[in-house]
Ligand binder design. Sequence first.
Ligand SMILES: Cc1cc2nc3c(=O)[nH]c(=O)nc-3n(C[C@H](O)[C@H](O)[C@H](O)COP(=O)(O)O)c2cc1C
Length: 372
Amino acid sequence: MTNQSRNLSQPLLRPVRLGALELPNRVVMAPMTRARAHNADLAPTELQATYYAQRAGAGLIISEGTWVNDEAIGFINVPGIYSDAQTAGWTVVTEAVHAAGGRIVSQLGHVGSVSHPDHFGGRLPAGPSAVNPGEKSFAPSGMKDTVTPRAFTAAEIGDTLAGYRTAAVNARRAGFDGLEIHAQGPQLIGQFLNPRLNKRTDAYGGSPERRAQFLLDVLDAVNGVWDSPRVGVKISPYWTSGAAFTADEETLTDYDQLIKKLGGGGLAYLHLMGPTAVAGTAEERLAPFARYRALYDGPIVANVGFTQDTGNEIIENGVADAVSFGAPFIANPDLVERFAEGHPLAEADRATIYAGHTEGYTDYPAATPAAK
Ligand SMILES: Cc1cc2nc3c(=O)[nH]c(=O)nc-3n(C[C@H](O)[C@H](O)[C@H](O)COP(=O)(O)O)c2cc1C
């Protein structure tokens, strides 16, 4: 296909700036746990370097959620970023992505109470309060129901914040272009934000402002690791995955206040998950994001279930600055090229999403000559 017939003027393929991150296009690769750190160090290897480098055509890659310390773990074979071995492994990844012309930020995560004693030699995981989140954890012996956790002590909150700081420093040492704080759904920060799980009576609970304090302290902890805006936050006001995590008017109002506050915070971007399925008119599709466009004055990356058409639509309408694609990047390493050339998308094999080695990971071919 000639350059003339490639559709490079579509909104998704226009360059954009998110804080200090300069993206050649607006197609962001969403963070995706792929559970292939099969080593005792939980360190990424050449395998992850190959996988991410294959996807370097993305305007920005957000790494899979990676643990800020060993108390953060709640899923098997997921790499961390708290040790030297892990930092060295990530260095191999960032070098490969940069050599392929891409940009990559590290997603820092902690699952809090959505873990299981099997990850900790029988010890209880910790969360904001001793309330079972009613979720599942992928443990070495399979999917396990969560249990009633311990409540974080004040000292443990301090240690966890220090863990975020160390992880951020390690991410910079490893050559990442920035960070994303995983504040989505049922993970630790989402648990602090959740009035059903956070029953604390200290500075971190008791009111929407106090429930938001942990996220604000995490942002403080990582602040200054880069001297330019290179930190984003992924947040999911509409998240619904069980009795504890159900979006309603109270929680949506709390998120409105939080997102308004984040607006003045100098973030590189707000990564906003919308509701899972919004059918109907363009106005109805855009409304969940327009709510936050009116409240937040920085760049917004929209997510969940976008296609090339709906991605172009939300950018053309000025409701988001970029769009992240998760599942489509699994089987389409050259997703941006496929959008440029109007090439159909391949489907991922569900059996190898969270398991396997190269199969279902680095063996999906590029469809387009430019990306081969
Ligand atoms: C296999 C898989 C793993 C995921 N792991 C993470 C993760 O580590 N961190 C995160 O914030 N979201 C994670 N997500 C959610 C995605 O980032 C994204 O929000 C979701 O897939 C919706 O986007 P999509 O409809 O384009 O796939 C994961 C999604 C998938 C499919």
